[in-house]
Design a protein around this ligand. Structure first.
Ligand SMILES: *[C@@H]1O[C@H](CO)[C@@H](O)[C@H](O)[C@H]1NC(C)=O
Ligand SMILES: *[C@@H]1O[C@H](CO)[C@@H](O)[C@H](O)[C@H]1NC(C)=O
Ligand SMILES: *[C@@H]1O[C@H](CO)[C@@H](O)[C@H](O)[C@H]1NC(C)=O
Ligand SMILES: *[C@@H]1O[C@H](CO)[C@@H](O)[C@H](O)[C@H]1NC(C)=O
Ligand SMILES: *[C@@H]1O[C@H](CO)[C@@H](O)[C@H](O)[C@H]1NC(C)=O
Ligand SMILES: *[C@@H]1O[C@H](CO)[C@@H](O)[C@H](O)[C@H]1NC(C)=O
Length: 451
């Protein structure tokens, strides 16, 4: 068994048991005892260190080492705790963009932790281990938990199907494996052209009208899939999700019960809402969505259901992206500046205050046409349309690691419409700018909703 092999001292190491104290006979008895004790402790510590390191290294090299059969224990929980570590693994992916194909495990990591991890790979009927190189993602907002990934080499003549992550201190009887995704890379002919990732729906989310309008708008604009990371929502919302999942086939719900594992913050700042992880795990959710859809979609949009990226002159994201591709090629990522439309400002004379919607809880996108002007100097809080194959690490408002570049799209071509609470409290109604960009799509959207 692996356990036995791993734990027990290898006979090759017995040379370490040589007595190291012989030259010390001239010392006094008391000092001698002290040194003897110290050296013994040191040697023991060193041996434990060597034994563990060496055993793991040997496992890595001993490619003929095999369990009878690799029966992986698969997880039913999307967050897989790692024994002897505070890490949670989400998913494993083939990483085709490294020099040799490798394995990347998207995870949530305790940033101060120094534990060494290894990948366990199920290759046909054998088990291999490979040292895991941990990268902590830049966007952690100073919470102790952050997003991380573990990169593992794949040994020669191993075609892994399942992978698990282990610390130095693991019990092989209880390793949980996950299937390795992104087996086949693609550079064209994607199952979808546009996929939207909506991160972390939580706190009994009940903004039904806005969500439904967003789904119809995304569909009109060209979305073929919308992935929703759901922690918790209202009963009504649950029904809406089922409808878009089962009847329309647009939405895919990913269960995200993160609050049962980690004390999460409901803010981006620990001072506003204490916890160990930023905003219900928004960053790991976005990165998970990025990797899952890397070869499933040509473009990926990452935003929230109160946001819509709209072309100014074009009618669909397809037309807009064709325009952008002519200018910037098909490898670039695109950033759209945030335009905030305060929900406190409603258009009283709006012809889109439909009686059919009066009883549906939530915000009506079409009643908010006044936006805050964008100041010369401001924080970048816009959102992205990315080519996921160029991105290694994603955050809320920007790409953090890529083998391409991010282009800031001109407001003459496209804008992010963000209908939310007032952001700049200093602005009065008369300071706001009328922008009816959304209304251009209203007739089509309403037709679909009232069908
Ligand atoms: C890639 O794999 C080959 C064959 O296994 C190996 O010889 C080489 O060192 C690897 N290169 C890198 C950069 O890992
Ligand atoms: C799989 O999980 C079950 C239940 O947790 C456990 O009893 C069993 O030993 C595990 N088997 C392996 C191969 O990890
Ligand atoms: C994606 O767009 C291209 C060009 O507009 C089209 O030919 C192709 O069929 C679309 N793919 C899907 C899956 O809809
Ligand atoms: C959903 O979250 C709300 C508010 O945080 C809470 O009151 C409710 O009990 C939760 N519901 C479920 C099913 O977890
Ligand atoms: C999209 O808009 C751009 C400029 O705004 C324009 O040049 C292009 O012809 C438009 N494409 C379509 C298909 O309308
Ligand atoms: C929309 O219509 C309802 C009645 O159906 C009314 O109570 C509400 O004030 C109207 N809202 C706006 C912004 O006009």
């Amino acid at each position: 068994m692996l356990y036995t092999f791993y734990r027990h001292k290898d006979p090759n190491l017995s040379f370490l048991q040589r007595d190291p104290h012989q030259p010390l006979i001239t010392m006094t008895k008391k000092n001698l005892m002290k040194i003897f004790l110290g050296l013994t402790l040191f040697t023991m510590g060193y041996m434990i260190f060597i034994t563990q390191e060496w055993s793991v290294e040997q496992l890595f090299r001993r490619k003929d080492w095999a369990m009878d059969t690799c029966f992986p224990n698969l997880s039913t929980d999307p967050f897989i705790p790692i024994q002897g570590s505070k890490t949670f693994v989400l998913n494993a992916f083939f990483e085709h963009r490294t020099y040799n194909m490798s394995l990347r495990l998207i995870s949530i990591v305790w940033r101060p932790e120094k534990t060494i991890h290894h990948c366990l790979l199920c290759c046909q009927d054998r088990l291999f281990t490979s040292l895991a190189k941990r990268t902590i993602h830049h966007s952690h907002f100073r919470f102790p938990y952050g997003t991380g990934d573990f990169l593992c080499d794949i040994p020669e003549d191993c075609e892994p199907t399942y992978a698990g992550l282990v610390s130095e201190d693991f019990d092989p009887e209880h390793v949980t494996f996950v299937p390795i995704l992104n087996r086949v890379p693609r550079e064209s002919s994607f199952p979808a052209n546009f996929t939207v990732c909506l991160s972390t729906m939580f706190g009994g989310y009940n903004n039904v009208l806005q969500f439904v309008q967003a789904m119809e708008m995304y569909h009109l604009l060209g979305a073929q899939r919308v992935v929703v990371y759901k922690t918790n929502c209202s009963r009504d919302m649950e029904e809406v999700l089922h409808y878009y999942e089962d009847e329309v086939g647009l939405v895919e719900v990913v269960p995200w019960p993160i609050d049962t594992h980690i004390k999460v913050s409901s803010s981006w700042l620990a001072t506003k809402s204490p916890g160990d992880l930023h905003y219900y795990g928004q960053i790991p959710a976005l990165n998970d969505c990025l990797y899952r859809n890397m070869y499933q979609t040509k473009y990926l949009l990452l935003h929230d259901p109160d946001e819509i990226i709209l072309p100014v002159d074009n009618s669909t994201w397809g037309e807009l992206l064709s325009t952008l591709e002519i200018k910037y090629g098909n490898k670039a990522n695109f950033y759209f500046e945030n335009n905030v439309f305060p929900i406190e400002e409603t258009d009283e004379s709006s012809r889109f205050n439909l009686s059919e919607w009066a009883t549906i809880p939530g915000v009506n996108f079409l009643l908010h046409v006044l936006r805050e002007p964008i100041l010369k100097s401001h924080y970048k809080t816009g959102k992205l349309i990315i080519n996921p194959r160029t991105v290694f690490e994603i955050s809320v408002h920007g790409v953090k690691r890529q083998n391409s570049r991010t282009v800031e799209v001109s407001s003459h071509l496209g804008r992010l419409y963000h209908i939310r609470r007032r952001k700049n409290a200093k602005l009065k109604s008369r300071d706001l700018v009328r922008d009816e960009g959304l209304l251009r799509f209203a007739p089509q959207m309403i037709r679909k909703l009232l069908l």
